[in-house]
Design a protein around this ligand. Structure first.
Ligand SMILES: Cc1cc2nc3c(=O)[nH]c(=O)nc-3n(C[C@H](O)[C@H](O)[C@H](O)COP(=O)(O)O)c2cc1C
Ligand code: SF4
Length: 485
């Protein structure tokens, strides 16, 4: 039974928005026409203003090629009708992968990625007639602190180190003696990001995203006020890596590869579960809070968008023309990035009504868009609104608060939401994401022979209902084997 989302109409939802005093941040409209406006980006036309967010399925081969389920997901996205597909997190080096099945871009995997792109486009053509106005990009990532082999950290973060496991088996956290990535390490990572971008360009992706979000490496660097040397401290230093990467990609492609970045504008602070209530409570934090990006140092529960807005402007100056605004960490404050009805398996009950989370996403994206009207700003955090997300997206576009609305979990559950919205004028309530976090639970499942279960929508897609059952069954078996010992 839904705890928060009990709306039978747009008016019901609106009433709750007003009750919570969020009507400035969360706006709704019946007029969906803004969704169907084309958007100019990188010399191309994106045929409508709906995007599918990067949604990794943790379902590649062990060497990082797309596998059967990866292709299935991308084809379903391709056939969905959204005209911007923001291809999922793809690591540029093995040691920077977040899990054993994350996609990895290199010469060996280029053909398989090429095939993935071709199939996605073909699926779109089959349903929409032409793919001329479909834009498909690839997110290039280094997982940094969340690399699966071991944490590769940019600086010692007093709030996050104690909950970063240096030794997963023995559950030992990162200590002050744990090494940080050196400046030379970061230079090599620059090289790898540039090489990944050139390869993605050769394959034929329409753009690359230099990922700076969710506290993976480049996101952590944005917050690295406590790091010494040329990659830390001042904002100029903290943006050095991304600036160098952008400059080099532009030089090496003769400026022919459109560039984008998915960026955290508010990191928030770490939370933990309260064992008595199961509700999320913040962990102890220092004041001033100096290890979060976009975080008010005196009151870290609030965003301070001064630096994020500056960085968005700098990115624009350096040649990035599309910014996907996002926030939070999937590991230590999942309610910030993904407002949800039910918590993920490693999470906690929401410490706030999810509408506050939606409002935070919309408010921050609007601030970036307002400051940089010529930037294509993609907004995040729509899925909790279920079938009404299109009404919120259209209102945000109408009011110039965002250029494109990106849908994450909503697209996993209901890949053809855009087509339905266009043809029927609404999304089907029976197909929507109900934000119950099974997809995240699958991401956390590591106990099969590949070291990772594939992720997808359990309530809406039979394939993953089966995978989930298998995960539970084998975890029970594993528990009984452990207890036999
Ligand atoms: C299963 C799953 C996979 C995700 N994969 C990525 C990813 O590859 N890259 C990324 O930037 N965000 C990723 N995200 C975050 C989403 O793109 C999105 O920001 C988040 O779900 C909030 O948007 P929503 O409310 O529309 O779901 C993922 C989230 C989930 C649940
Ligand atoms: S499992 Fe499906 S319904 Fe649940 S949050 Fe993920 S996409 Fe939404």
């Amino acid at each position: 039974m839904s705890r928060y989302f009990r709306y039978r109409s747009l008016a019901d939802l609106h009433a709750d928005i007003v009750k919570l005093g969020l009507e400035d941040d969360v706006r709704l409209t019946d007029d969906l026409s803004p969704l169907w406006r084309p958007v100019a980006f990188g010399g191309r036309t994106i045929g409508n203003a709906l995007a599918i967010q990067p949604m990794e399925g943790c379902d590649g081969t062990l060497d990082g090629k797309p596998d059967e389920l990866t292709v299935r997901r991308w084809e379903r996205f391709g056939a969905g009708g959204a005209k911007l597909i923001w291809g999922e997190a793809t690591a540029v080096v093995e040691e920077g992968r977040a899990n054993t099945r994350q996609l990895l871009i290199n010469e060996t995997n280029a053909r398989a990625l090429d095939d993935l792109l071709a199939r996605t486009r073909a699926a779109h053509r089959t349903v929409c007639g032409s793919d001329d106005d479909l834009v498909v990009g690839l997110q290039l990532t280094h997982s940094g602190r969340y690399s699966y082999q071991r944490p590769l950290i940019a600086f010692h973060d007093p709030a996050v180190d104690p909950i970063t496991l240096a030794d997963k088996k023995r559950k030992l956290p990162v200590t002050d003696e744990y090494p940080i990535l050196s400046d030379d390490d970061l230079k090599r990572i620059e090289d790898a990001l540039v090489a990944g971008a050139l390869l993605a360009w050769r394959i034929g992706f329409d753009f690359v995203d230099i990922k700076q979000c969710h506290r993976y490496l480049l996101s952590e660097l944005l917050a690295a006020k406590l790091r010494e040397g040329v990659y830390g401290g001042s904002l100029d230093n903290r943006t050095r890596l991304v600036r160098n990467v952008i400059r080099r990609i532009r030089e090496e492609t003769g400026d022919r590869l459109p560039l984008a970045s998915r960026m955290n504008v508010y990191d928030g602070i770490p939370y933990r579960i309260d064992p008595e209530t199961s509700v999320g409570v913040h962990r102890l934090y220092p004041i001033p809070y100096r290890s979060g990006f976009g975080v008010d140092e005196q009151n870290p529960f609030r965003e301070d968008l001064t630096e994020p807005i500056r960085v968005a402007g700098l990115l624009r100056e350096w040649g990035v023309t599309m910014v996907n605004v996002t926030m939070g960490s999937p590991y230590y404050n999942p309610h910030v990035g993904r407002p949800a009805e039910k918590p993920p398996i490693d999470g906690y009950e929401a410490p706030e009504h999810p509408l506050y989370g939606v409002a935070r996403h919309f408010r921050c994206a609007a601030a970036v868009q307002r400051a940089h009207p010529d930037l294509v700003v993609v907004g995040t955090g729509y899925s909790w609104l279920q079938q009404y997300l299109i009404n919120a997206a259209a209102a945000n576009m109408r009011d110039g608060r965002v250029t494109i609305a990106g849908v994450g979990r909503g697209a996993l559950a209901y890949p053809n939401f855009a087509r339905d919205a266009q043809t029927a004028g609404s999304m089907a309530g029976k197909k929507v994401c109900i934000t119950v976090s099974y997809c995240t639970a699958l991401m956390r499942g590591k106990h099969n022979e590949l070291g990772q279960f594939p992720s997808g929508c359990v309530p809406r897609d039979k394939v993953y209902a089966e995978v989930y059952k298998e995960m539970l069954r084998t975890s029970d078996r594993q528990k009984s084997v452990t207890s036999d010992k």
